[in-house]
Design a protein around this ligand. Structure first.
Ligand code: GSH
Length: 291
């Protein structure tokens, strides 16, 4: 009986040119990858970021939700890979989630941690010390809340589509009691309320800090869109200043955000369709008993 030879991470990295330069892995439409894609696009406007698409030192590997091996489309100049493929599991140390970044072969994970690392490694010299402090605070606020907010999105939304995947099986309809759900919704409320208060009197509603794009916007970019589309949270009604901010930033169409704003809704439509009946029966983040 012949066994498949074990995959070798260094070989996969070297064979694909991922051992040198900057490589980011993920599907740009997704709520976690968009943070990294917009952050990387933002960095390409800074002189201290040494990687460029034109000279091949900046590469994007598109991850899809399947188990297909590495595929190169020379016409589109795209490389893609399945998140459940043996190759991705090998280079990611067994992780089956996105995004990831490789810098000269060293792998980094966790969207919020990646943006924090990039912000520290390639600082934005246009920020005043006070602005930098605020950007740092939003980056940390995102890190502190990411997993909890993703649990809410999984439980009330993504499970309808992804429920069989290992990272989702604990959540979804019938898997948690009322008290657990109420606590979760309370945390979602505290999270959005903080953002809503921040934007009440802000003159430039598009951006979190000052009147220009910063890493704070990249790292926080997905939340209103995710909760609006995936769990049908009534953001406009409950958090009108967040909604005003969301629309103002969306109108700016910042580099790297296009797929998230325009392709992500297709995933969301699938979730919404699958969730319709359960939501009508009361399994809904908006169920009054949680508020
Ligand atoms: N805490 C991780 C979460 C990553 C995550 O959940 N990514 C989703 C896509 S938005 C994913 O890959 N899900 C597939 C899975 O968990 O099986 C991060 O922020 O990077």
């Amino acid at each position: 009986m012949s066994e498949e030879p074990a995959l070798d991470k260094s070989k996969i990295m070297a064979d694909n040119g991922w051992d040198k330069g900057f490589v980011y892995f993920g599907h740009p439409a997704t709520e976690t990858t968009v943070k990294v894609v917009t952050a990387v696009q933002f960095l390409t406007t800074q002189d201290n970021f040494p990687f460029k698409k034109e000279d091949g030192t900046l590469k994007h590997v598109i991850l899809n939700f399947d188990d297909k091996p590495i595929a190169k489309d020379d016409e589109k100049n795209e490389v893609s890979l399945g998140i459940d493929s043996a190759e991705y599991k090998c280079v990611s140390g067994g992780r089956t989630f996105m995004p990831a970044v490789a810098i000269d072969g060293e792998m980094f994970f966790e969207s919020g941690e990646i943006v924090k690392m990039l912000h520290e490694k390639y600082p934005d010299s246009t920020l005043t010390p006070e602005e930098k402090k605020q950007v740092d605070e939003w980056i940390q606020f995102n890190i502190d809340n990411t997993n909890r907010m993703l649990v809410a999105l999984k439980h009330f939304g993504w499970c309808f589509m992804q429920g069989a995947r290992p990272n989702y099986v604990a959540y979804g309809k019938g898997n948690k009691d009322d008290a657990w759900e109420k606590e979760l919704v309370k945390d979602v409320h505290v999270f959005f309320e903080k953002m809503d208060k921040h934007f009440v009197d802000k003159k430039e509603p598009a951006f979190f800090v000052g009147d220009k794009l910063t890493m704070a916007d990249c790292v926080m970019i997905n939340w209103p869109w995710s909760f609006h589309l995936i769990v049908e949270l009534k953001i406009e009604e409950r958090y009108p200043n967040v909604w005003k901010h969301f629309n103002a930033l969306k109108d700016k169409a910042i580099a790297g955000s296009d797929a998230h704003y325009n392709v992500f809704p297709y995933f969301a439509n699938v979730v919404t369709d699958l969730a319709k009946e359960a939501r009508a029966e009361g399994f809904h983040i908006e169920n009054e008993k949680h508020w």
